[in-house]
Write a protein that binds this ligand. Structure first.
Ligand code: UD1
Length: 362
């Protein structure tokens, strides 16, 4: 019996781990353990996803919570080291680029436990982003690197990772999207909206500075005078809005709401005129759905969403948003170009590779 540990910690991990967990669950020769670091802990940032994505409740929760980067990363390492020494896994799977990913990869590496990194090789080449640091370190330490697109392979090779460790398997998050798309619908509260713009913003570069957040909110409020805007607000953003008294309540077309679960958000995304975001995953999901995406960032670690998908980077050029929105309103048809291997079968390819790898190490 091969013992695998999956580590999840923050919201974008859950939709990546779920399909891999479910694919491995069909195999008889694996025993899997799910560890949640507790980096995200609110029901709406964490709990709701396990039910919707049909994942079991975590076997262990490290209950780390929020803190500075160093303190959060260190706390995860200390607790995870104890647990992993007790569980003695044959391999640990880590996902994406959050602090939980790098913290647990560092622990495994020093204990000589093989690491598989799902969503390897993505690079924004912007080291001001904490996620870029997490990606660089995790990829250096991983033994198996599963990439979502070929640019990932090229980045890893340039960084000296041996080709034998790199496996281009496609985008695992799209497995979840493909499976749940038929079940996803617009939440009742918004069923009467014919057209709307969907917004998510949580990057420190956009929301931690009150002036920048105020300017974004001002633009969104202007847009909402001609088309409704639905904005599920991330806790980090909510905190800034409250602390700086930025709440905009004078326009009934501007819907600032609590974070949504996976199905409600996907339901809103698939029918949106356009999505305005600074998330990584949403750039990919909109590419798959053919929904125009306006990304409020200078760069992206997912360039394929710009080169063949529907994504447009606007940096800090917030004033461009109204024009781009009206362009999206007037567009005649959806794009239907989907990157290679974003086909809903990535988790199967991951499992095949894991089986081969584990045979060699056992
Ligand atoms: C983290 C990830 C980011 C990912 C994002 C998705 C890192 C470095 N960042 O950023 O890559 O895109 O998750 O959401 O790992 N908070 C709550 N409840 C929660 C979680 C957070 O209220 O359940 C609040 C806390 O005030 C906390 C703040 O949100 O301080 C930020 O949370 P944190 O996990 O530090 O980073 P995110 O901004 O969520």
């Amino acid at each position: 019996m091969i013992k695998l540990i999956h580590v999840v910690g923050a919201r974008p991990n859950f939709m990546k781990a779920a399909p891999v967990w479910n694919a491995i669950n069909k195999m008889t020769d694996f025993n899997q353990v799910l560890i949640h670091t507790g980096q995200h802990y609110d029901k709406l940032m964490s709990g709701i996803f396990f039910k919707e994505l049909q994942m079991p409740a975590p076997d262990y929760n490290l209950n780390i919570g929020s803190d500075t980067h160093a303190r959060q990363t260190a706390a995860i390492m200390i607790k995870f080291e104890e647990l992993v020494n007790e569980l003695k896994p044959d391999l640990v799977l880590v996902y994406g680029d959050v602090n939980s990913t790098v913290a647990t990869a560092m622990v495994c590496s020093k204990l000589s436990i093989p690491i598989a990194h799902v969503e390897a090789g993505l690079r924004s080449f912007d080291r001001r982003m904490p996620e870029e640091i997490n990606r660089l370190i995790t990829d250096q330490l991983a033994d198996l690197l599963f990439t979502p697109s070929k640019d990932g392979d090229a980045n890893l090779i340039k960084e000296g990772i041996p080709e034998s460790k790199i496996h281009f398997v496609g985008n695992v998050m799209i497995d979840t999207l493909v499976r749940l798309l038929p079940k996803a619908d617009i939440p009742n509260k918004f069923q009467n909206l014919n057209q709307y713009v969907l917004v998510t913003l949580h990057r420190p570069s956009n929301v931690d500075d009150a002036r920048s957040l105020r300017s974004i909110l001002h633009n969104l409020e202007m847009i909402s005078k001609s088309i409704p805007v639905v904005f599920p607000v991330h806790p980090r953003t909510k905190k800034m809005i409250t602390e700086n008294d930025l709440n905009i309540l004078n326009n009934i077309n501007f819907h600032l709401i609590e974070p949504l679960g996976y199905l409600d958000f996907l339901g809103l995304m698939k029918r949106a005129v356009t999505v305005i975001t600074d998330s990584g995953g949403i750039q990919e999901e909109t590419t798959y759905l053919g929904v125009p995406c306006i990304t409020v960032r200078e760069n992206t670690e997912r360039p394929i969403t710009v080169s063949i998908g529907t994504n447009q980077l606007i940096g800090q050029d917030i004033d461009r948003i109204p024009d781009l929105v009206s362009h999206a309103v007037n567009r005649k048809k959806r794009s239907n170009v989907i990157p290679s291997l974003w086909d809903g079968k990535t988790s199967e390819r991951i499992v095949e590779t894991l089986i081969g790898y584990c045979k060699n190490i056992s």
